[in-house]
Design a binder for this molecule. Structure first.
Ligand SMILES: [Zn+2]
Length: 260
């Protein structure tokens, strides 16, 4: 709702808007979002508390809402009561944009390669600006910014809240911010094959569970049968178990192999 002087007033209920229009006290300014302007009241005549604009960006669609907040007495304490005044959902057309871009690339490729081979080579002027983003993503940012600025024009927005949901699980598990190639170093970085297997099998034979004996690295599926040296194919085995198994293959898990 706008005041007589075009300044934003608090959003009102649709029933109140209909009443104001019926009595001729207001005129329609815009259909989407529906905005009316009062004819008989300026902003200085009104009490305007301000509203919050809340944005939840998503890849397919983004939610936008206007809320107000009131401090209400709740026994000895005061509680914040938040009311939704208006909500809208933006459906993004990122998939249609990327489809159109691919189609355009196809048309241009055809123009370059079809029966037009006398054409000179296309100049090598292809570069992206440093602040370049894919058109489908650019569109998402632009439409949210546009609709948010429109809401700010028609409602007395005092705060903007944006939900950001980027969870850096790797950083969280390490407990600090990671940079560059640190992301390529997982929990096993720097640990050798033998060290990993010792931890994995708690320094025991995978077949008989023997402890405090010399352990060998054993291929579950033997090399002679095409077994790989990947860590998933390796276990620790004591010398007798390793000898007994030899080059036979085992369908069962290493822990039960000795019992057969
Ligand atoms: Zn053993």
């Amino acid at each position: 709702m706008l005041a007589k002087d075009g300044q934003p007033l608090m959003p009102c209920h649709p029933a109140r808007a209909r009443e104001l229009l019926r009595k001729g006290r207001a005129v329609v300014v815009r259909q989407v979002p529906f905005v009316i302007r009062l004819k008989d009241r300026t902003r200085s005549d009104s009490v305007v508390e301000g509203v919050q604009l809340r944005i939840d960006p998503g890849s397919k669609g983004s939610g936008i809402a206007l809320t107000d907040e009131k401090r209400e007495a709740c026994g000895p304490k005061t509680a914040t009561v938040r009311r939704g005044l208006l909500s809208a959902e933006l459906r993004h057309r990122g998939d249609r944009i990327s489809h159109a871009m691919r189609q355009r690339a196809g048309y241009r490729r055809r123009r370059r390669s079809a029966n037009l081979r006398y054409r000179t080579r296309r100049s090598d002027n292809r570069a992206h600006r440093a602040d370049w983003h894919p058109p489908s993503l650019r569109h998402r940012v632009d439409t949210i910014t546009s609709i948010a600025s429109r809401f700010c024009r028609y409602a007395p927005v005092t705060e903007i809240h944006i939900e950001t949901t980027t969870f850096d699980t790797h950083s969280m598990s390490v407990g600090r911010q990671l940079y560059g190639s640190e992301y390529q170093q997982g929990a096993l970085a720097g640990m050798g094959t033998r060290g990993y297997l010792r931890t994995r099998w708690s320094r025991t034979c995978a077949y008989c569970g023997a402890v405090n004996v010399p352990l060998n690295i054993e291929h579950v599926r033997p090399r002679s049968h095409g077994g790989s040296a990947r860590i998933a194919n390796l276990v620790l085995a004591c010398a007798p178990c390793n000898q007994a198994k030899g080059s036979s293959t085992s369908d069962t898990s290493p822990a039960t192999w000795c019992e057969r």
